[in-house]
Design a protein around this ligand. Structure first.
Ligand SMILES: Cc1ncc(COP(=O)(O)O)c(C=O)c1O
Length: 499
């Protein structure tokens, strides 16, 4: 496909502006342009075709099955978009006075109440913009809680599982705690002996995803919780996998004190590619005084923002958080109503159906019923035919599927982490299972076809290191990037001129 600059012809325009009849702005000499910018010159139909062709190459939940484990890529009901576009929500200004924003405040308050109920905890802040920011906020709450008890110097260590998502250890470090890892046992649970040896008076808390990133519910969660609470520490629940348990089991009942909820996963949202997201946190009552301000509160029939929280950790995001995300998630939850449990039940059923169809052709590191996702390993294909998880993922693209998450969690070699979600039909699951099985057969019959995949995509197998290290993000009019010498390494890898 040609670049837009290559389609450009002098004098062509996609639109015409009225003649400029206002006084010219005074621009300081040193800031003024010497020459006009070199913008692509193109007609409107060409422009529309160009960007439509680019958009067509994109893959999303609206174009195909997207079983990206841990990311919960579910269908986004269109009614959510209608609701978020209601003028009262869409045109709301963040500085609008409270009396004129009662509907929006009520929606936020109701969402808080629902999330508190789903998590089995007492208070919620909607502010954090993503799961990772929820993690940081939750750990800041932990720090504030221990500081308030005079234990800030003593409680320095936060424990994470060796299956943890990378944001967990990153958040621990950002919040100023020391990180300690606990191992996974042979059934995919936290290793209790390892845990007992590590938890003591220096421990501030645990961060755990349950079900874990292996898609397995920890069979000893009550014991885990007792180990931490007996030591005076707190438990943090990474809610990225909440889609498995809504209405079935509640993190608060399991013993967790702080939870983040990835609204953009569990409660739908057109996400991927970086946003928009929402990462509210729910906490036990002992932590409520430390939550970010403002809190959305209800007094009688009125809703207002409460800034009068002397122990609050402050603000973690502008205004009250990502409001459009709240509206969509609220609509999604209300569409299920009291049957929210069915969402998780079907997610778990779909995952177990796929697992049952695949476990005889791929290695299954932990042979248990899974929750809403499962992790297979391509190590059998690697051992027998030299085929890796990456080869399987690339070949899946030829079958029209987005690849699953690969090489994560790190404890499983050649990992393929598959999450179908509740919104997929049995036929789609069967087509995917058929493709995965065909790929396993092909590994034996024609491994080179897998090594060279994808064959039917606009872009073939990329040099991923080059793509990351030599990202070309601007058009070099005189120089072609492929003619430039490769950088010799080192830190100062420059973006190349060119397309
Ligand atoms: C297990 C787990 N924890 C935390 C996160 C971070 O969430 P977010 O992407 O919303 O920052 C993710 C994201 O994929 C995740 O899978």
């Amino acid at each position: 496909m040609k670049l837009i600059f290559e389609k450009s012809r002098p004098g062509r325009r996609a639109g015409s502006l009225p003649r400029y009849d206002l006084p010219k702005a005074e621009v300081p000499e040193e800031l003024a342009r010497r020459t006009a910018p070199r913008l692509p010159e193109i007609s409107e139909p060409e422009l529309v075709r160009h960007f439509t062709a680019l958009a067509d190459r994109n893959f999303g939940v609206d174009t195909g099955f997207y079983p990206l484990g841990s990311c919960t890529m579910k269908h986004n009901p269109r009614v959510n978009e209608r609701v978020v576009n209601l003028p009262g929500f869409r045109d709301l200004h963040p500085y609008q006075e409270e009396e004129a924003s009662q509907g929006a405040l009520e929606l936020m308050w109701r969402l808080q109440e629902i999330l508190a109920e789903v998590c089995g905890l007492q208070a919620v802040s909607l502010q954090p913009a993503a799961g990772s920011q929820g993690e940081l906020t939750g750990l800041m709450l932990m720090r504030a809680y221990f500081a308030d008890r005079g234990e800030a110097e003593q409680r320095r260590v936060v424990i994470t599982a060796d299956t943890a998502h990378g944001t967990n250890p990153a958040s621990v470090a950002m919040a100023g705690f020391e990180l300690q890892k606990v191992e996974t046992d042979e059934r995919g649970n936290l290793d209790l002996d390892d845990l007992r040896a590590k938890v003591d008076g220096r421990t501030a808390g645990l961060m755990l995803t349950n079900p874990s990133t292996l898609g397995l519910f920890d069979e000893h969660i009550e014991e885990v919780s007792a180990i931490f609470h007996d030591a005076g520490a707190l438990l943090y629940y990474d809610g990225a996998n909440l889609n498995a348990v809504c209405g079935i089991s509640r993190p608060g009942d399991m013993g967790f004190d702080i939870v983040h909820i990835n609204l953009h996963k569990t409660f739908s949202q057109p996400h991927g590619g970086g946003g928009p997201g929402g990462g509210p946190i729910a906490v036990r009552d002992i932590l409520e005084p430390f939550l970010p301000v403002p809190a959305v509160v209800c007094e009688g029939d009125e809703f207002r923002l409460d800034y009068d929280r002397p122990k609050s950790i402050g603000k973690v995001r502008g205004f009250c958080g990502p409001f459009g995300v709240f509206v969509r998630s609220y609509a999604y939850i209300r569409a299920y109503g009291p049957a929210l449990r069915e969402m998780s039940e079907v997610a778990v059923l779909n995952a177990n159906y796929l697992l049952a169809r695949l476990k005889d052709v791929y290695d299954l590191p932990f042979d248990r019923l899974c929750m809403h996702e499962f992790v297979l390993s391509a190590r059998n294909l690697k051992r027998e035919h030299g085929i890796t998880a990456l080869d399987v993922a690339k070949r899946l693209m030829d079958h029209g599927f987005h690849p699953p998450t690969i090489y994560f969690p790190l404890v499983v070699p050649e990992a393929l982490m598959i999450e179908p979600t509740e919104t997929e039909a049995k036929e789609t699951l069967d087509e995917f299972a058929d493709a995965m099985r065909a790929i396993a057969d092909e590994a034996a019959s024609d491994p080179q076809a897998l090594k060279d995949a994808p064959h039917r995509r606009p872009v073939r197998r990329l040099d991923e290191v080059k793509a990351a290290k030599r990202a070309i993000v601007k058009y070099g009019f005189e120089e072609h990037p492929d003619l430039a010498p490769a950088p010799s390494g080192g830190a100062a890898v420059q973006a190349q001129k060119g397309a």
